[in-house]
Design a protein around this ligand. Structure first.
Ligand code: ARG
Length: 629
C-alpha cells in the first residue's frame, strides 16, 4: 500500500508542521524535517500503520510523548484528507499512534488494483513523470528510472556451465525482470569468460586434432566441448612441448594472428550455441559482452590508476593495495592489475568493465546501478575491485555498485552437487530430469483422477512445471545460504514450491471462471479488468478472512519495492506463498460462489485479484503459469 503510505505520511507531516510550527520550520531549515516515523503496523491488532515519531520528538520539543501524540491526533482528526482514509487514531503505550484504514478506503484500493494491470506497482519515473509528480505533490512516490546493468550467468567458454552458473542465471533474470517491470532501463550482460591463458592450450589442441576446422568457412562441430577442454588440459599438464606451444599460442592470439583468432572464434561459437540452448529453454534473454570486449581498455585502466597515484610496483607486478583489508601477517592485500610478465587478469578486466559501465555514453554505458550476480566465493574479488574503482573516482556520486552473492548448490548429502558416478551435473541433464519426473508424476495423477489428456497437454504441463520447479526452488531460498538441491522437495505439490503455486493459480482462475462474469483473469489473459469491476459496483467486505486477504493483496507493491532495493527474490516467493495460504483460509471458510449477490461479486473480485497477483508475481520470477494442469 505504498500510495496510501505516502498519502498518510504527508498528512502526518502537515499535522506536525501545524502543531509545532517553529520547531518544524527550524528542523526543515536544518535539512532534517520532523519525522512522524510512519511504518507498517508490527501486529494486526495495532491497525495498518503506526506513527512512532512522538517518542523521538519528546526531547527536542520538550513535551511528553503522549502529549505530542494527542496534538498530532487532534490535527489529523480535523483533516478531511486523513479522515477519509483512516478511522480515529488510537494512542498506545507511551505515545504511539495506531492508524487503521477505513474499510471503504481498503475496498477502494482493491478496486483500483483490479483496474490496474500493474497491480499498484508504480513506474519508476522518467524525467517527465518526476516533474509532474513533484508538481502534484506526489514526489515521494516516484523514483527515477535509471540505466541498470545486471551482470549475470557469465559462464566460461569451453568450460562447464555448472549449477553455480544456473543459480546466477535464474537469480539474475528474476532481478532483471523486477527492475524492468519497474521501468528501469536494464542491460542484461553476459560477462562470458572468453579470454585468458586457457585459450593457449585449447587452440593448440584444436590445431592438432581438428586442423580442417580452421580452413573451412562452415561451423564445425567440435563435439563435447567439456571433454575437449579436459583433453587439452590433460595434455597441457603432461607434456612440456605442448605447454610451450600453448604459451606461444596465447601471445599469437593476443597479437591478433588470424589463424589463432579463427580458432578462438570457433571455440566461442560452439560454446555460445550450447549456452543458448539452455537460455532458450529457461526463457532467458542476455546480451553477450565477454571479457574480450574490454581488451582495448585494459591499458587505460592501468594508466588511470597510475595517474591517480594508486598504483604500486610490487615484485614486478602493478598493484593497488586495499585499504582496511589485510592478509595473514597483517599486511594490506593487493589487487594485481598487471602481472610481472605484462599480462592482465580477471580483476583488470573487471576494473575495465566497471569503468566502462559507469562512463557516460558514447564512451560507456552510463549506468547508475551495476549488479553482479555470482557465487559468494567471489565476494572478496568484488570487494577489492569495487574499492579500487571507487578510489579511482570511476563511480559517480549517488550510483550503486552491488555484488549479489549466493551460496553453493549442494546434493542431498550436503556436499557439492554431483551425479551418482561422481561427475559434475550437466545442466541439460538436470533440466531433463526435472521435466521427466514431472511427467511421471502427472501421468500418475491423471490415472488416479481418471482423466484422459492428450500428449501435447502432458508435454506442456510437464515442461512448464519442471522448469518452474527448478527456478522456484532456487529463488525461494535466501540466496546467501547454501542450498540443497532435491528433486523430491522442489516437485512436491505441498509447501513453498512451484507446483503448489501453479496449482493455486489454476484453481483460483477456475473459481473465477465458474463465477461466470466471463472475464478471464487479467495479467496473462490480457483482458482489461476495468470493465468487469466497474460493472460489479462498489466492493464491500465483512469477514476477517476477507480483510486478511485484502491486506495481503495490497502488500504486493511494497514487496516489489523491497525486492528492487534489497535484490532478494525470496521475499517475493515468500509473499506469493503466504498469499496463496491466506487465500486458502479465505476460500475454505467463507462462501464465494454461493454467497448472496453483493458479497459474491466482492469475493469473486478478491479471487480475481489473487490470481492476477500470483501470475504477475510468478512472471516476475521468470515462471510461466498454466490454465490447467
Ligand atoms: N565467468 C565468471 C565465473 O564463471 C563469472 C563472471 C562474473 N562477472 C564478472 N563481471 N566478473 O566465475
Amino acid at each position: 500500500m505504498l500510495s496510501v503510505f505516502h498519502r498518510l505520511s504527508e498528512r502526518l507531516q502537515l499535522a506536525l508542521d501545524f502543531s509545532f510550527p517553529e520547531q518544524a520550520a527550524a528542523a526543515r531549515a536544518a535539512g532534517r524535517p520532523l519525522d512522524p516515523q510512519l511504518v507498517a503496523a508490527s501486529k494486526p491488532e495495532f491497525g495498518d500503520f503506526q506513527a512512532n515519531g512522538a517518542l523521538a520528538l519528546a526531547k527536542p520539543l520538550g513535551l511528553k510523548p503522549r502529549a505530542i501524540a494527542e496534538q498530532i491526533k487532534a490535527c489529523l482528526q480535523a483533516d478531511p484528507a486523513f479522515t477519509s482514509l483512516c478511522l480515529e487514531p488510537e494512542i498506545a503505550g507511551p505515545g504511539f499512534l495506531n492508524l487503521r484504514l477505513r474499510p471503504e478506503a481498503l475496498a477502494a484500493e482493491v478496486a483500483a488494483r483490479l483496474a490496474d494491470p500493474r497491480l499498484g506497482v508504480p513506474w519508476a519515473g522518467t524525467a517527465a513523470v518526476l516533474a509532474s509528480a513533484a508538481s502534484g505533490g506526489d514526489a515521494g512516490l516516484v523514483s527515477p528510472a535509471e540505466p541498470v546493468i545486471v551482470d549475470f550467468s557469465s559462464p566460461n567458454i569451453a568450460k562447464e556451465m555448472h549449477v553455480g552458473h544456473l543459480r546466477s542465471t535464474i537469480i539474475g533474470d528474476a532481478l532483471a525482470r523486477v527492475l524492468e517491470f519497474r521501468g528501469h532501463q536494464v542491460l542484461r550482460l553476459n560477462h562470458v569468460g572468453d579470454w585468458g591463458t586457457q585459450f593457449g592450450m585449447l587452440i593448440t589442441h584444436l590445431k592438432q586434432v581438428a586442423p580442417q576446422a580452421l580452413t573451412t568457412a562452415d561451423a564445425v562441430d567440435l563435439g563435447d566441448l567439456v571433454a575437449f577442454y579436459r583433453q587439452a588440459k590433460a595434455r597441457f599438464d603432461a607434456d612440456e612441448t605442448f605447454q610451450t606451444t600453448a604459451r606461444e599460442e596465447v601471445v599469437r592470439l593476443q597479437g591478433g594472428d588470424p589463424v589463432s583468432r579463427r580458432a578462438w572464434q570457433l571455440l566461442c561459437e560452439q560454446s555460445r550455441r550450447e549456452f543458448q540452448a539452455i537460455y532458450d529453454r529457461l526463457d532467458i534473454r542476455l546480451t553477450e559482452r565477454g571479457e574480450s570486449f574490454y581488451n582495448p581498455y585494459l591499458e587505460a585502466v592501468v594508466a588511470d590508476l597510475d595517474a591517480s597515484g594508486l598504483l604500486v610496483q610490487d615484485d614486478g607486478a602493478q598493484c593497488v593495495f586495499l585499504e582496511g583489508v589485510s592478509g595473514k601477517e597483517g599486511k594490506p592485500l593487493p589487487v594485481i592489475v598487471q602481472k610481472s610478465d605484462g599480462g592482465f587478469n580477471y580483476a583488470t578486466t573487471d576494473l575495465a568493465a566497471i569503468r566502462y559501465r559507469f562512463a557516460a555514453p558514447p564512451a560507456g554505458d552510463g549506468a547508475r546501478r551495476v549488479i553482479y550476480v555470482t557465487d559468494a566465493g567471489q565476494a572478496s574479488h568484488f570487494a577489492g575491485v569495487f574499492q579500487v574503482a571507487r578510489r579511482a573516482g570511476w563511480i559517480p556520486a549517488g550510483s550503486r555498485l552491488e555484488h549479489v552473492p549466493f551460496g553453493l548448490v549442494q546434493g542431498g548429502d550436503g556436499k557439492k552437487l554431483k551425479t551418482r558416478s561422481g561427475d559434475t551435473v550437466r545442466l541439460k541433464d538436470l533440466l531433463d530430469e526435472a521435466v521427466e519426473r514431472c511427467e511421471a508424476d502427472l501421468r500418475r495423477r491423471l490415472a488416479e483422477e481418471g482423466r484422459a489428456e492428450g500428449e501435447e497437454f502432458i508435454r506442456q504441463v510437464a515442461t512448464t512445471v519442471g522448469l518452474a520447479a527448478v527456478k522456484y526452488a532456487d529463488l525461494s531460498q535466501n540466496r546467501t545460504t547454501n542450498y540443497q538441491f532435491s528433486f523430491d522437495r522442489m516437485l512436491a505439490l505441498q509447501g513453498n514450491t512451484a507446483p503448489y503455486l501453479l496449482y493455486a493459480v489454476v484453481r483460483i482462475a477456475g473459481i473465477v471462471r465458474k463465477g461466470g462474469d466471463g472475464v478471464e483473469t487479467g495479467i496473462q489473459g490480457r483482458q482489461p479488468l476495468a470493465a468487469s469491476t466497474a460493472a460489479s459496483g462498489p466492493l464491500s467486505f465483512s469477514e476477517p478472512q476477507e480483510w486478511a486477504l485484502v491486506r495481503q493483496l495490497l502488500d504486493f507493491d511494497a514487496v516489489i519495492a523491497a525486492v528492487e532495493d534489497e535484490l532478494l527474490p525470496n521475499r517475493l516467493c515468500a509473499y506469493l506463498f503466504e498469499l496463496s495460504q491466506v487465500f486458502n483460509r479465505f476460500y475454505d471458510q467463507v462462501p464465494v460462489l454461493k454467497a448472496p449477490p453483493v458479497a459474491r461479486e466482492s469475493r469473486l473480485a478478491l479471487c480475481r485479484l489473487t490470481a492476477d497477483t500470483l501470475k504477475l508475481g510468478l512472471g516476475l520470477l521468470g515462471i510461466a503459469t498454466l490454465e490447467r494442469m
